[in-house]
Design a protein around this ligand. Sequence first.
Ligand code: ADP
Length: 564
Amino acid sequence: MAGRRSSGSATPDGDAAGGATADRPGGESRRWEVRAPRPSVPRSFQSRLTIAFVAVVAVTLGLTTPVIINRLDDFFRQQEEQALRVHAQATATVLAQFIMSDVGSEAVVANVNGTVALNPKVVALMTQGRLLQIISGEVAQADMVVVFGPAHQETDGKWETDPQPSLSYPVKWNAVLPHGQEPDPAITPAKSSVAESHPVRPWGLEVTLSNPNTSRASTLRAITGLLLVMALVAVFVAVLVASFVAHRFATPVVRLTEASRRVAEGDLSARVTMEAESGTEELRALSEQFNTMATRLQESVEIIRRDRDRSRDFLADVSHELRTPIAAMHTFIELLQGPAGRDAAARTEFLESSAAQLDRLDWLAQNLLDLSKLDSGLVLLDLRPDDVRGTIESAVEQHRATAERRGITLTAKLPDRPLRISHDAPRLGQVVGNLVGNALKFTGRNGEVHVTASPDADGGARIEVVDTGVGIHPAELPHIFERFYRGSQANEARGTGSGLGLSIVKSIVDMHHGTIEVESRMGHGSRFVVALPRDPSAPVERPITPTAESQRKMDDSSPAAPRA
Ligand code: ADP
């Protein structure tokens, strides 16, 4: 049997009652619960908030309205019952006075042949004329029943009437009702009696008033209508407020969602725009956090991209640099294999050239190895608090022969007192050696190269290498510390460079937590200044990699002082 599946909502559930069974190849059957499509519930924040608001208002009104109406009903009823009791009392008194003034001293109630009878004058008063109607309309203002009977005195001296049902006179009040008034059967009937102490036949009458005309029902109807109108207004206001609040809340969330979607699609510049008056503190904080996160992400991706580009360029440069000597050697070998190989002089020349190319390859490989070790942090500096003068002097001396060969004056001016800083002597020797090597390379015959070392105010050392050479073009200054960068003068000066020397210098200075600056004027020479702290292992505030700001300054700077 094929299992029935509702579109996208069938879930495997072995025990689901009512589920369809799907037979599987192994004989094992599986039941799929077929879920009924969910009733369409509003999903947007706005509609849910509106429904919640309206529900709260409706429940509040639904609970309070009946209570209010009930309490009002009770109140009106009590008022009306109180009034009816007063009317009953007044009616009984007025009626008794009428009867007494009519019959005088005669008995009102008499015992005739064992039955209680009413004085015929009183009967006439009750049945003829409109006395009862008038009293019912003007005094009682309700349906009225008057019952006569003999009276007796209680032990406490009070007179009580014994109403005789046979002597009762009901009157239905049928006056024209004022607007809003109607007979109210819900009002408890009020009874009141009057007893007269006649010397021979004490008598009394009891008045019962019911169905008074009240405006209770119409007032309640009016109040209920008013409450309904108020409820409608409240619901309407709730809808408006909910929409407004939902809009305020939902807008930042929608913006956040939109920005997240754009970031997810790769647009890392997407940010959430925030308006001070919209949303809540929490949503604003969330948006700010999102923007911070997106900025960091964008910066990281840019750094990774830059690194990737730099690595690609670096690889291209490395292969180019390696290919040049290899190609030269390849040519020599081909030539040696040809007729030129039989010529001893040509053979010697080619072999010497090949040896020079091999030296260059070796030198290049060594520099590359140094640089990659320095960059990857594999090289740990062997820092020792030593006199830096010795390191500088020996680096300068190594270039003495070259300087003399090229007719360049090379001097080293060192302080008389020891200049003790914590440094890695061989690496710092490499720094000074590279700078002096460059200075000699880019300075012509009869030029000068001066190396100076001096203490700085913080106990560190300042090493300057100044030459009177060709100088560096302002446009090239920001790039001279880049790997494989060779200035336009490089080839004319000496064609030996690879553009790695200053990169190595910068890496070593960075590892010492120092700085290197350069000033140069075309045709007048260059000045490289290395500043080293007294103790590189002490915590420093300086960022190790140039920030965007420092990079910008470097780019904008005059040729006078780029800093690496
Ligand atoms: P290279 O091995 O080619 O000298 P470097 O990294 O040492 O490579 O130097 C990079 C570039 O900086 C050089 O090609 C040159 O243009 C410039 N440069 C460095 N030092 C000097 C200097 N003292 N005078 C003039 N230009 C210099």
